[in-house]
Ligand binder design. Structure first.
Ligand SMILES: C[S@@+](CC[C@H](N)C(=O)[O-])C[C@H]1O[C@@H](n2cnc3c(N)ncnc32)[C@H](O)[C@@H]1O
Length: 259
């Protein structure tokens, strides 16, 4: 892992944890998580690796449902925060510092599920991460990973053209979404904002890749691609006017063959 990227996540850790606020943003809550939970399925007694666990809210969620969860993240600061929150909430999760592209601390076939929520779009080493997920999974085990939808990512190849502000929701109405240079795979940087509108201390680095690249890299690592989903908002809140028109996220479920 490049020290620059790790340092950036460390410097952003406190702002990121604040944004997640223990349970995820409204986008996570109403769009992404229902799909993740359904694709992961029943977790009682299963061993989950939360790869790139951030402040650990998904680790805690699945641990509360009876899974044996290990969370790993490259940022020592985020791991520290995850440990403190899990302890405060009396949830048992084993958190450690590590790189999803080099999971040497974990034995072959030691997990039933690898979950990697909104992480693979932030790393330069996609193929290595998928190879490591394959190695640490038992035969028949699954990976559930999500990314911001590569075609409709306003940090990447696209942008919203926006209209007037909707006074009820506080958001500007989307006129249309413009996509360009989709095939141009490249890193890019963006500053996130705290809920109050203040900028994060450091930019976040993203790697724009096509859907085909994610699909081919999964197959190359040895996985069967089981499902691809483009989740839609689970409620009719007018706040999600834009997210009802184009998909914000994409979720993959991969399976390691039994033999
Ligand atoms: C957008 S956040 C998602 C965090 C968490 N999965 C969630 O759902 O809130 C991306 C996370 O990936 C972590 N990360 C980035 N590169 C990593 C790497 N090479 N190995 C492990 N974690 C990494 C960051 O520190 C950050 O916590």
């Amino acid at each position: 892992m490049e020290p620059l990227l790790r340092n950036r996540w460390n410097r952003n850790a406190e702002a990121y944890a604040e944004l997640i606020a223990g349970t995820g943003t409204p986008y996570h809550q109403s769009i992404l998580l229902p799909a993740i939970e359904r694709l992961v399925g029943e977790v009682m007694g299963i061993r989950i690796l939360d790869a790139g666990c951030g402040e650990g809210y998904l680790s805690r969620l699945f641990a509360r449902r009876g899974a044996i969860v290990t969370g790993v993240d490259v940022s020592e600061k985020l791991v520290e925060i995850s440990r403190v929150v899990a302890q405060q909430e009396n949830v048992s999760v084993s958190f450690s510092v590590g790189d999803v592209c080099d999971l040497r601390d974990f034995a072959d076939s030691s997990f039933d599920v690898v979950l990697s929520n909104l992480v693979l779009l932030n790393i330069p080493c996609l193929q290595r991460a998928l190879a490591e997920f394959y190695r640490v999974l038992r035969p028949g085990g699954i990976v559930v990973f999500s990314i911001v939808h590569p075609a409709f990512n306003f940090y990447g190849p696209g942008r919203w053209e926006l209209g007037e502000r909707n006074h009820k929701t506080g958001r500007r109405v989307g006129k249309c979404f413009i996509v360009d240079k989709y095939f141009d795979e490249r890193p890019y940087e963006r500053f996130w904002k705290r809920r109050g509108g203040e900028r994060f201390p450091e930019p976040i680095t993203f790697y724009h890749r096509t859907i085909t690249t994610y699909f081919a890299a999964s197959r190359e690592a040895g996985f069967q691609v089981d499902t691809i989903e483009e989740p839609q908002p689970m409620n009719d809140d007018p706040f999600f006017e834009r997210e009802r028109r184009i998909p914000m996220f994409m979720v993959f479920r991969l399976r390691k063959p039994e033999t």
